[in-house]
Design a protein around this ligand. Structure first.
Ligand SMILES: Nc1nc2c(ncn2[C@@H]2O[C@H](COP(=O)(O)OP(=O)(O)OP(=O)(O)O)[C@@H](O)[C@H]2O)c(=O)[nH]1
Ligand SMILES: [Mg+2]
Length: 203
């Protein structure tokens, strides 16, 4: 069913700042939702989709984001007002970076999730064509130990044939030890409104 677009209103969506280190993250009080996932999985595309406009740079050039990028989003979803900060995290696992660069990126993300008190949720993006690997599972585990909600969202669902979709949902969900109804997917089907509804319930 196509959602009624009038039930989601985005009143403000803007880039706040980029932070190459924990020390450079500015003070602000809104709840933060971190968008996490492998390089090129579709983090920036996801942010643009739920913000309803082009905010984050989508790149055919994986590994281009090395900072934490903060975006403030305010609006109303089914008459519930919300104001949050989305944090576009640098993608992990990009093979062309050196081991040191990859470790630096991983450390920045892990430190942020451990130390930033207003992180309420992680949206962990997972390409629907890949089962979760050690990196994804360690983020899921970190969220559990830090008491942060972790919402799994499959990306690029539109690239699958109709008959491949149920199997992909099932096998990725099983990889995270979840039921298929626990995970969302983008690329088609799930509206920005449905995603905000889940996020607002968490923050
Ligand atoms: N078909 C399809 N392509 C997508 C989808 N999401 C992202 N892409 C494409 O995947 C590529 C990478 O998307 P980005 O949003 O830049 O990915 P990212 O995770 O932000 O990448 P890094 O910042 O480099 O880690 C782009 O070419 C996007 O157009 C999707 O749901 N479906
Ligand atoms: Mg990006």
């Amino acid at each position: 069913m196509v959602a009624d677009p009038r039930t989601l209103k985005i009143r403000r969506a803007e880039f706040l700042f980029g932070a190459p280190s924990l020390a450079t993250i500015r003070k602000q009080t809104l709840p933060e939702i971190a968008i996490v996932g492998r390089s090129n999985v579709g983090k920036s595309t996801f942010i643009n989709r739920i913000a309803g406009r082009k905010l984050a740079r989508v790149s055919g050039n994986p590994g281009s984001t090395r900072e934490l990028n903060f975006y403030q989003i305010e609006g109303e979803c089914r008459d519930t007002p919300f104001a949050v900060t989305l944090v576009d995290m640098p993608g992990f696992g990009f093979a062309k970076l050196s081991k040191e660069q990859r470790e630096e990126i991983a450390m920045l993300s892990v430190d942020y999730l451990r130390e930033r008190s207003q992180v309420r949720a992680v949206v962990l993006l997972n390409d629907c064509r890949r089962e979760p690997q050690a990196d994804e599972l360690s983020i899921q585990g970190l969220c559990a130990s830090e008491g942060i909600s972790c919402l799994i969202v499959l990306t690029k669902f539109d690239t699958l044939r109709q008959n491949e979709k149920p199997k992909a949902l099932k096998s990725v969900a099983a990889g995270y030890n979840l039921e298929k109804d626990d995970i969302l997917y983008t690329g088609e089907g799930i509206s920005p409104e449905a995603i905000w509804e889940r996020l607002i319930a968490i923050v």
